[in-house]
Design a protein around this ligand. Structure first.
Ligand code: DOR
Ligand code: ZN
Length: 350
């Protein structure tokens, strides 16, 4: 089975020493990725952005290609006048992290109204706002729903700003999105389509399934599946692949993040097939609302106003066992047998 090479509109590529392995695993499958800026230090200037992109490029294996769509981190202290230079340096969007909500977000935004000047400038420049939509102080299962009024304030105050609610996990967020204008989209991860909080803490604790926002109830998962399979085009793929070394996951105070980059397309192929949804656009009948190819390789590009990728993803029907680890990182579905092997061929010029 062959489909257009996929985009991943939400990845954490990290920094040395993790960076090289992560970049290579990602480029094996994906042609283009939206790179998150929650590095240390964070990406808050054109120079930092250019240096980070150069580090990513240098980490590729010989012959590998990966198109990087860069983002910067929105801070209340970020001078709006630096945004044109960030755009010039290649930023396509700015990421809003509410303060303290997840990894490296202690410097995040305390009140969305405090970044009005930056949002105004982003709107003017046509930059996309990517939002970690959780209200940090609420009960953990309610944080996404509690952030929705802030999201609505942003959407109504900035009437031409394009906004992506990242890694949606709840029925409440899906329903809110459906009521918002078309310029508001959302990414959905692989793991939130497959697991609930029961998989994380319902039996023994599974630290490698712990992420933010946390996986929720079965009813929420079903809404996410319905959003993806409904084919509206507004819910597109962003993995939130977020590796941490095993020592920082299997710990008394462990980090949030699921490493899905090496398995995401194989797992998605099984999920779509198991739900009777075609993998390729060529195989899509009039009665099919969508395909895997649309979810991973068309809808996100269309939302961001980008050309489709030129490479191909080969999804070979070939069983393989997911390695127990990639370097120091334990991947999603470690040790499990998957039915499809995914490998990218060709792709955009760097
Ligand atoms: O689980 C997560 N891990 N969620 C995020 O929002 C950030 C990410 C990370 O950077 O580790
Ligand atoms: Zn993330």
């Amino acid at each position: 089975m062959r489909i257009t090479a996929p985009d991943d509109f939400h990845v954490h590529l990290r920094q040395a020493p993790l960076l090289q392995g992560i970049v290579r695993d990602t480029a094996h499958v994906f042609e283009r990725v939206l790179v998150m800026p929650n590095t240390d230090p964070p990406i808050v200037s054109a120079e930092l952005l250019e240096n980070y992109r150069a580090e990513i490029d240098a980490a590729l294996a010989s012959g590998q290609r990966l198109s990087t769509l860069m983002t910067f981190k929105l801070l209340s202290s970020l001078d709006p006048e630096t945004l044109p230079a960030l755009k010039e340096a290649g930023a396509v969007g700015g990421k809003l992290y509410p303060a303290g909500v997840t990894t490296n977000s202690e410097d995040g935004v305390r009140d969305v109204r405090s970044i009005s000047p930056q949002l105004e400038m982003m709107q003017e420049l046509g930059l996309v706002l990517e939002v970690h939509g959780e209200s940090p102080n609420g009960f953990v299962l309610d944080r996404e729903a509690e952030f929705l009024p802030d999201l609505e304030w942003i959407v109504t105050t900035f009437p031409s700003l394009r906004v992506v609610l990242e890694h949606v996990t709840s029925a409440a967020a899906v329903h809110a999105l459906e009521r918002m204008p078309e310029r508001v989209g959302a990414t959905i991860t692989v793991h939130h389509l497959l697991i609930t909080l029961d998989d994380v803490i319902g039996g023994k604790i599974r630290p490698h399934l712990f992420c933010k926002p946390v996986a929720k109830r079965e009813a929420d998962r079903e809404e996410l599946l319905a959003a993806v399979f409904g084919g509206s085009g507004r819910f597109f793929f962003g993995s939130d692949s977020a590796p941490h070394p095993v020592s920082e996951k299997e710990a008394s105070c462990g980090c949030a993040g699921v490493y899905t980059a090496p398995v995401a397309m194989s797992v998605l192929a099984e999920l779509f097939e198991d739900h009777g949804v075609p993998l390729s656009e060529d195989d899509r009948k009039e009665t099919d609302a969508t395909s895997l190819e649309r979810f991973t390789s068309r809808d996100g590009a269309a939302f961001y106003g980008l050309e489709r990728n030129t490479g191909i993803l080969d999804l070979a029907e070939e069983e393989w066992v997911v390695p127990a680890s990639y370097g120091t990182v334990v991947p999603f579905r470690a040790g499990k047998i998957l039915r499809y092997k995914a490998k990218k061929e060709g792709g955009n010029e760097p």
